[in-house]
Write a protein that binds this ligand. Structure first.
Ligand SMILES: Nc1ncnc2c1ncn2[C@@H]1O[C@H](COP(=O)(O)OP(=O)(O)OP(=O)(O)O)[C@@H](O)[C@H]1O
Ligand SMILES: [Mg+2]
Length: 257
């Protein structure tokens, strides 16, 4: 791996200070090189969303440091695209107005912003819903709008928190393929998912987290070639990799940590 990884998370621990203080993360360290797709799996409540928010610059970790291209992260960056676990769309804005928001913030002229937003609305299969409001969409459709919004400004770092959890199995497979097509090795990506096959299908590396306070228990390098195709899911190698991840997950849950 490169001497200066695109993303370096160094011994990040976090504790939420409220009525029931809880350590959510314990000394999480990981790196991702430029253009690498890293998937993160781990049990509910182990701190995955917290970790993504820290990397997005939305939460300052209690301990440790995040580095992007060798510089310490001090807050949100414009070159990051994030899909939250819940779509987080602006309810008073139409689909197209939600998707073009990052471009508006960057000061891109309206006509250009709309054209680019339309391109991404097309990619996520929502052409007919460009002028709909979020409450008129299903949960899965809202999540697709969120994905379009995360990608529209061509971010260098993509943070995805269970982006496809609300989708049916068939749409999910299609979105997995679409995501890989849109991503096309361009962004460094960190994706949380509860689906082991999805993690293996999409990522270059799958990291397994322990229960709370979460830390990285191990990783599985995904040796499948790219571009990935759905038929690879039937390959023996795919099954072996998924089993390897599954074993690691069950070890951490049996107190193997
Ligand atoms: N804003 C907050 N205030 C207080 N505690 C929080 C906050 N956000 C998360 N936590 C706590 O931190 C821990 C980790 O939460 P987090 O949402 O990061 O888990 P997760 O791994 O994303 O879980 P899931 O898979 O269910 O989405 C949990 O115990 C949760 O209760
Ligand atoms: Mg979460």
């Amino acid at each position: 791996m490169n001497a200066t990884p695109f993303l370096r998370i160094e011994k990040v621990s976090h504790r939420f200070e409220d009525a029931h203080p809880v350590w959510a993360l314990r000394e999480v360290s990981l790196t991702a090189s430029e253009g690498e797709f890293v998937a993160l799996v781990g049990p509910s409540g182990c701190g995955k969303s917290t970790l993504l928010r820290i990397v997005a610059g939305l939460i300052r970790p209690a301990k440790g440091q995040v580095w992007v291209e060798g510089n310490p992260l001090s807050g949100p960056r414009p070159d990051v695209g994030m899909v939250f676990q819940h779509a987080n769309l602006m309810p008073w804005r139409t689909v197209i107005a939600n998707v073009r928001l990052p471009l508006e913030i960057m000061g891109i002229p309206r006509a250009e912003a709309d054209a680019r937003a339309r391109e991404f609305i097309h990619l996520v299969g929502l052409v007919k819903f460009e002028n709909a409001y979020p409450h008129q969409l299903s949960g899965g459709m809202q999540q697709r709008v969120a994905l379009a919004r995360a990608l529209v400004h061509n971010p260098r770092l993509l943070l995805l928190d269970e982006p496809f959890a609300a989708l049916d199995a068939l749409t999910r497979e299609r979105m997995n393929l679409e995501l890989l097509r849109i991503w096309h090795y361009r962004q460094t990506a960190l994706m949380v998912t509860h689906s082991i096959p999805e993690a293996v299908f999409i990522a270059d590396r799958v990291l397994v987290m322990t229960p709370r306070p979460g830390h990285i228990a191990g990783e599985v390098k995904i040796t499948l070639p790219r571009p990935r195709t759905l038929d690879m899911m039937a390959w023996p190698e795919f099954g072996q990799l998924a089993q390897h991840v599954r074993d690691m997950v069950s070890q951490t849950q049996n107190g193997g940590d």
